[in-house]
Write a protein that binds this ligand. Structure first.
Ligand code: 5AD
Ligand code: SF4
Length: 473
């Protein structure tokens, strides 16, 4: 079954179904992985990383073991991202390497292509016509069916492409092998209905659908019982959580219920300014275990471009919300996403983006050059700005963004902050972790501290990280 962008765009009023027992392993593959190894490569956002955690557990349910080198693998999964052209290019380059392995391997290598790129018509067609050696292709809607596809391919020795361009359902009880023992990703909603004109996500991940609150709380409670200290609630637009449920329950209600589980740290991404209510800000400010860090993508500082992007807020509305968050949540840090070179962006529009960065002084900003995505409305807009100009704009923006990152970090110098130490730092003999405000800190400490939330005195600050020392209690 091949994907279709026209179908992927459809939003009916049809009810979202939650399936609790749709994950099954056919007997023919239940022990297929015994003695076999898998390697998984993941591109893209946290949601994709979390999908890979599901895929790993599914493969291990069939007795495969994970390896960290592609060369040793009997099965390779490539979990792809479609957000920008460079994510595409990386994947296509990697496919070349995998093809070589497939041709030179003595035994049979199984190759699996999944994720957001698989949801794209052009890519699925390319895989069908030019990459016949890729054995299994599935999209974002049917991860839990991997055992069925594996059984089919082993039986038929033919390529199997199963990508659904549907609005989507919710599948509970899919196993998960988490990358960390201390912090966990928890999906609270899938898909997106915002249809910003540049964005492929509403097409690749289907309509907005919220998980039932009780299923989320059950998951968080079980994480608490297993010793997890941090959860990040995931969704393309978490502030719209609950809008599609027929109960009166929103993100503020969910945050309160998750906070009451007693987990030490709660984070959530990504927030859309449009759906951010005062009630949510109030809840975030009241609970100590809801972290004072908000990722609030602005995308552009120009009202004209925001309108063309279909963002549904103005520059002034964004500034008002930003200031309200700063006022109501003490010590909050705010990061953002910015796109430069959107079709029709003039020098004056870009100046407005620079201007708002100067005004708001973000803790961090992820910046991108606009990348046309086939099938989205923006891809059809006239775009006369040369790439050289766009690159220059990006460089100018980045140096401003870096300036404010350092400016904000300097406020931490000499202060003692709580850091959750997660693992080894790139720096010799140091551990790394994050403050409540999501600042990366390198700390000299023994491995015994991994997984602990400890007081750290900040001794040095850089643009991207802080250096600190453990403080004795
Ligand atoms: N081109 C460039 N950047 C994009 N983003 C989303 N779609 C595109 C695109 N077509 C950026 C947005 C979004 C982030 C996840 O990626 O800034 O917030
Ligand atoms: Fe990439 Fe978006 Fe898909 Fe995440 S949801 S993997 S960012 S295209």
């Amino acid at each position: 079954m091949l994907p279709n962008l026209m179908d992927a765009k459809i939003r009916n009023k049809s009810e979202v179904k939650t399936y609790y027992d749709d994950y099954v392993i056919p007997p023919s593959v239940s022990e297929y992985g015994k003695g076999k190894k898998y390697f998984i490569l993941t591109y893209g956002c946290q949601m994709n990383v979390h999908d890979s955690e599901n895929i790993k557990a599914i493969l291990e349910d069939m007795m495969f073991d994970e390896v960290s080198s592609m060369d040793e693998a009997d099965l390779i999964v490539i979990n792809t991202c479609a957000i920008r052209e460079n994510a595409h290019n990386k994947v296509m380059g990697m496919l070349g390497r995998i093809k070589h392995l497939k041709e030179t391997k003595k035994h049979n290598l199984i190759t699996v292509f999944c994720g957001c790129m698989a949801q794209e018509e052009v890519i699925a067609n390319k895989l069908k016509n030019d990459y016949k050696w890729v054995d299994i292709v599935f999209g974002t809607h049917n991860i839990h069916k991997l055992p069925l596809y594996l059984a089919k391919v082993i039986d038929s020795h033919k390529q199997d492409i199963e990508v659904y361009s549907i609005e989507g359902n919710i599948y509970e009880n899919i196993p998960v092998k988490r990358d960390s023992k201390y912090k966990a990703w928890v999906n609270i909603m899938l898909g997106c209905d915002k249809f910003c004109t540049y964005c492929i996500v509403p097409y690749t991940r289907g309509k907005q659908r919220s998980r039932m609150p009780e299923d989320i709380i059950l998951e968080v409670n079980s994480l608490v019982n297993s010793g997890y200290k941090e959860v990040t609630l995931l969704g393309q637009n978490v502030n719209a959580y609950g809008k599609d449920l027929d109960i009166n329950y929103n993100l503020a209600n969910l945050l309160v219920d998750v906070a009451k589980t007693g987990i030490d740290r709660i984070r959530f991404v990504t927030s859309h300014p449009w759906d951010f209510t005062d009630e949510m800000i109030d809840v975030i400010s009241k609970f100590d275990n809801i972290m004072p860090y908000i990722h609030l993508p602005i995308q552009s500082g120009s009202d004209r471009i925001l309108k063309l992007m279909g963002r549904k807020y103005t520059r002034d509305e964004y500034i008002t919300l930003f200031n309200k968050i700063k006022e109501m949540i003490p010590n909050v840090s705010i990061s953002t996403d910015i796109i430069v070179g959107f079709p029709g962006e003039s020098d004056a529009d870009f100046e407005e983006t620079l201007d708002i960065v100067k005004l708001l002084k973000y803790d961090l900003a992820y910046t991108f050059i606009y990348s046309p995505r086939e099938g989205t409305p923006a891809a059809k807009m006239e775009d006369l700005t040369p790439m050289e100009v766009k690159k220059k704009r990006l460089a100018t923006l980045n140096s401003l963004v870096n300036h404010y990152a350092l400016y904000n970090n300097k406020k931490y110098l000499g202060k003692t902050v709580m850091v959750m130490l997660e693992g080894h730092s790139d720096k010799e003999n140091k551990l790394m972790g994050y403050t409540d405000t999501m600042k990366l800190v390198n700390v000299k400490a023994s491995d015994d501290f991994i997984g602990e939330i400890v007081p750290v005195k900040i001794t040095d600050v850089k643009t991207w990280s802080l250096e600190g020392e453990l403080v004795d209690d």
